[in-house]
Write a protein that binds this ligand. Structure first.
Ligand code: UT7
Length: 334
């Protein structure tokens, strides 16, 4: 039997209209545009501010755009998965809500939790469904409403995060395109440094947990930063080495958008110029599981059939890794 690869055949995305910029933030907490731009590289972030709307709302917009752009009939979609840390509800899954909202009748659906590495790990997972030969058309979504977990009085956290969603259509091909290799890891040692203290089964919600802000992101930024730099750099270097890619043959790196300085460190390690590092952190901040597909959504017109792409991410857990993809299509300039 011929080898089947999973290739991206379309991208859709969505960010909410409301923009929270550094000027507004500096009126909410003791910070400045200069500090945020120098230490993180975020100018503004999009926030889903309407009450009653959750992650599935953004995911729905992204998937609808994807279906419209690709012209694929929703009945053909056999599986849909949403990488998220901010599901609409503990249960049922955000993906199940999506099935109803976008009219998928022949798909099975599930959520996928690997924090900021959710979409990276999901790409490899979904690719295996395609590689098996059983599934022909699969949608994967990265979507997070990070504003639902951010304490907007904590200056060490609130400048970093934003909301957004983006989706890929994956299909099978016997050509040498698509997801060709991945190096993915998790160690579980990152728990003390990056987590939400309450709301799960260890510490269910109570008046105490709400009063003590235990439903917000807790992070020890400096430690997280240190691990993110070394593990994203090491995994990118490893995936490049074992696929015989170097600074000339790598066309683009799509890094998790957590901090501009982390991205610069990865570029340095791969000896790549910064213009090969795709970035939109300045406008969206860290949208967790949505950063990678949102980046592809923003830069889709730049990507050419046959381009060598390295995706890399790092997140809570700790989780980290890199993935090698050969891009499968050209986009007409709009
Ligand atoms: O996807 C994974 C999720 N998280 C990350 O990737 C985050 C990784 N970490 C980071 O990006 C950085 O560690 C931060 C951006 C969070 C912080 O930058 P840093 O350069 O590591 O700063 P720091 O935490 O070491 O703090 C330096 C100083 C402190 O003041 P003192 O103690 O030196 O007087 C902080 O209180 O900066 C202060 N500070 C701020 N000052 C102005 C912290 N946040 C702010 C702020 N504005 N927003």
């Amino acid at each position: 039997m011929e080898k089947i690869n999973a290739v991206v055949t379309g991208v859709g995305g969505y960010v909410p209209d409301y923009i929270l910029d550094n000027e507004q933030l500096s009126k909410m907490v003791d910070t400045t545009d200069e500090w945020i731009m120098t230490r993180i590289g975020v100018k503004e972030r999009h926030i889903l501010s309407e009450e009653g709307l959750g992650t599935s709302y953004m995911a729905r917009k992204a998937v609808k755009q994807l279906l419209q752009k690709t012209g694929v009939n929703p009945d053909e979609i056999e599986m849909i998965a949403v990488a998220t840390s901010t599901p609409d509800y503990h249960f049922p899954s955000t993906a199940s809500i999506l099935c109803d909202k976008v009219g998928l009748k022949n798909a099975f659906a599930f959520d996928f939790q690997a924090a900021c590495c959710g979409f990276l790990f999901l790409m490899e997972t979904a690719a295996n469904f395609i590689r098996s030969g059983k599934y022909k058309k699969v949608i994967i979504v990265g979507a997070d409403k990070m504003s639902s977990m951010v304490d907007y009085s904590d200056r060490a956290v609130c400048p970093i995060f934003g909301d957004g969603a983006a989706a890929f259509l994956l299909e099978g091909t016997t050509d040498n395109f698509g997801i060709l290799d991945s190096y993915l890891r998790t160690d579980g040692k990152g728990l003390p440094f990056l987590h939400m203290k309450a709301g799960g089964s260890v510490c269910p919600p109570s008046y105490f947990t709400v009063e003590n802000k235990m439903h917000n992101i807790y992070q020890q930024g400096r430690t997280v930063f240190k691990y993110a730099v070394s593990l994203m750099s090491d995994s990118s270097a490893e995936i490049a080495k074992r696929n015989h890619l170097d600074k000339n043959s790598i066309d683009w790196v799509i890094p998790h958008q957590a901090n501009r300085r982390i991205i610069e460190a990865v570029a340095h390690r791969l000896e790549l110029p910064m213009d090969k590092m795709l970035m939109n952190i300045e406008h969206y901040g860290n949208t967790s599981a949505a950063t990678l597909p949102l980046c592809v959504w923003d830069y889709e017109e730049k990507l050419r059939k046959g381009d060598n792409l390295i995706f890399t991410a790092f997140g809570a857990g700790f989780t980290w890794g890199a993935l090698y993809m050969k891009w499968g299509y050209d986009t007409e300039k709009s």
